[in-house]
Design a protein. Structure first.
Ligand code: SF4
Length: 358
């Protein structure tokens, strides 16, 4: 038994909006993808207030699974001076907003120049001992604060030829010991192909660890089924890095997904992004980290929001972020607390400390 208090809005919404959908379909990840909200006219059926901002929002990319939509409290959206204000922490992460069109000078489309740090198609190299592979740019939801918005053009899947070239590149760079497979979401590519990709990478003599970064346990936990466990189980030294930002993203379906990752013998850790109006509160983060610990997912990093264009409404000032994390550190166990870091262009991840702020 895992003692996590789940958000009840999920069951209310599921019943209200999708009560006619049989469980067999609801639990089918392909049904969730087919029925996801991907165009503006479908979006305003749930969020009619967005109609006022139609012209601008038509230019944005978004996708929301019926499952993730059911976690949103639709009463926590308001119209304020012709702009829809999103107070619900789940909605804020995936519903496009006109706030994205304001931009600070320090914000960039590709803040870490990943596009230019790509020695070959489908990979990014920022660190000496590891390489990042982006096998797809498709996600089961588009986080409004995403660092990789530069990659949000029409969907792609890495080619076998690219994998061959990356393998050759890693083979001639023996300092690379870890391959990070991210995206997009790697668990959205055909499983056989994912298996092939992991196999090709782990069979390089110098590669010791494979890390898969995924947001599906939050957006589409139905996908993390036995088929995925079966693939993961074939490999040792494999980590899965989840991405949860708010405790309401954790449901019984998440729990099942996590059990399937564990059945695949993967080690689990979580990354969170500290976001204003989503999780910049003591009780919220405490509940999130405790819930992750109960699920046996180690809270690993909490990131200061990256300087991506159109994300200033998500920024928590560093000083407030540090104060919040210091308070958590004093009051919760070391096992449940992640490291508060900021990613600096050219420098990598730096722990946020008083000296950094000064
Ligand atoms: S799931 Fe990851 S890659 Fe996809 S939009 Fe969210 S942060 Fe970006």
């Amino acid at each position: 038994v895992i003692h996590i208090k789940y958000n009840e809005i999920y069951h209310t919404n599921k019943e209200k909006f999708f009560g006619h959908v049989p469980d067999i379909q609801w639990n089918d990840w392909k049904w969730q993808i087919r029925n996801g909200i991907r165009n503006f006219d479908d979006l305003i059926k749930y969020f009619p207030l967005l109609e006022k901002n139609r012209e601008k929002l038509l230019k944005t990319n978004f996708f929301i699974t019926p499952y993730f939509l059911s976690l949103i409290d639709l009463d926590r959206l308001e119209m304020n001076k012709n702009k829809m204000k999103i107070y619900d922490p789940i909605a804020r992460q995936v519903i496009p907003s006109v706030e994205e069109f304001s931009c600070n000078l320090d914000e960039k489309t590709d803040p870490f120049s990943e596009f230019h740090k790509s020695p070959l198609t489908g990979c990014v190299k920022r660190y000496k001992d590891r390489i990042l592979i982006l096998p797809t740019n498709i996600c089961a939801g588009y986080c409004r604060y995403c660092t990789r918005k530069w990659n949000w053009n029409s969907g792609y899947l890495i080619k076998r030829e690219d994998i061959k070239n990356i393998k050759k590149y890693i083979g001639s760079n023996p300092s690379i010991r870890e391959v990070i497979i991210s995206g997009g979401d790697p668990f959205l590519i055909p499983v056989g192909f994912l298996d092939e990709l992991i196999y090709e990478m782990i069979s390089i003599d110098t590669v010791e660890v494979i890390r898969i970064a995924t947001r599906l346990p939050a957006f589409l936990p139905q996908r993390i089924n036995r088929e995925i466990s079966g693939i993961l189980k074939k490999y040792k030294s494999l980590w899965v890095i989840t991405h949860f930002n708010h405790p309401d993203e954790i449901t019984p379906a998440t729990q099942e997904a996590v059990e399937n990752l564990m059945a695949g013998n993967a080690a689990l850790a979580n990354q969170t992004v500290m976001l204003k109006g989503v999780n910049d509160g003591y009780e919220i983060l405490k509940k999130l980290f405790y819930s992750l610990e109960s699920l046996r997912i180690k809270p690993y990093y909490i990131f200061h929001c990256d300087p991506v264009k159109g994300t200033s409404h998500f920024k928590v000032p560093l000083k407030s972020g540090l104060k919040l994390m210091n308070r958590l550190r004093r009051n919760i166990s070391g096992l449940s607390i992640p490291l508060y870091v900021m990613d600096l262009p050219g420098k990598g991840k730096i722990p946020v400390t008083d000296e950094i702020i000064r």
